[in-house]
Design a protein around this ligand. Sequence first.
Ligand code: GDP
Ligand code: MG
Length: 373
Amino acid sequence: MFKFLKRLRGEKPETSLVAEQFVEEPAPVIHAEPELIVPAVTAPAPTEPAVEKAALAQAPEPVREVVEQPAKTITPEPLALAEVELPKRSLGSGIRSLFSSDVDLDDLEDILIRADFGVEASLEITEDLKREANKVGASSDPELRLLLKDLLTKRLTRPDSALNLSSGDLPYVILVVGVNGAGKTTTIGKLSRWLKDGDWNVVLGAADTFRAAAVDQLATWAQRAESEIVRPEREGQDPASVAYQTVELALAKQADIAIIDTAGRLQNKKDLMDELGKVRRAVEKQARISEVLLVIDATTGQNAMAQAKAFAEVANVTGIVMTKLDGSAKGGILYALQQELDLPVKLVGVGEGVNDFAFFSPEEFAKGLVAYK
Ligand code: GDP
Ligand code: MG
């Protein structure tokens, strides 16, 4: 299981070891930039919140004021971190098998192509399997399934498939991007509940400000996940300002993580690039961006590839979330995307329920695809 670093809360002797390590040898990422530890956001609030608010409203560039705080605003106590896992979630029976009957090496290439692995990969995988089967003398259905499972697992395994939540550079900020309907908001909801179950403090940002319903949907998830949410003050508010406020609240609340939902409009690359660029810059005034997760609906098949490429080109995507694998007989798209975009799949969605998702595990996924028991 992946290990992550979050804020240490309460007395937990077994985790304080990690905290001490960090106290003795502070990772440069924590202290490199004063604005990452910005108590300045909280500091003025208790005295004159109304005045502070009014001042911010008048200032043309309120952001600057915060960033330009001198370095002496650093918290005296170093950030104490705890090394944690997240509660187990599994793909369950969410992955459909490629085979409705026994594995037949002569049909395999066609089956893989129909499951959206892509023509070239389908040929390569089939040839690899034939070679391997020959080498070890495998011919029965269970033997071929085992070989194929291992082969797919190997081809899908990457060193960077864990969510980037281990730098100790809190709050981690995750931007979630992708076309409308892909499953962004649902994924954020599931992820935040999951983190909450692992005792993480989560702040959500509803930067998909163009539809009131989208904001309400995230708010419902926030409630389920017992997480804070920053909503736009009015419909159509600049997404970048919501993103800024989200990070601001995460800092003020000493949250471990801020997850920002974005609008999925893909009218043209330039608009998308401008909008996401603005959101990025707003976040980066106060914190680093840990992940830009591109959410892709597995049921859109080959069309998903074109969308994914467009987003990957403009959004500095660091990982893929593949949703709706439960409804797709074309799980090969996951393989094709990971190879073609050279980006890791980090999370997968296998249903609409709060627990229907997991870290991407190549082996679990490959087992599902070949129905290997
Ligand atoms: P967004 O527009 O990208 O934010 O997409 P939403 O999160 O609103 O999801 C669109 C629809 O897809 C909703 O009806 C979700 O319940 C559904 N959905 C999201 N993820 C999954 C999944 O993994 N499996 C299934 N079956 N449905 C999903
Ligand atoms: Mg949404």
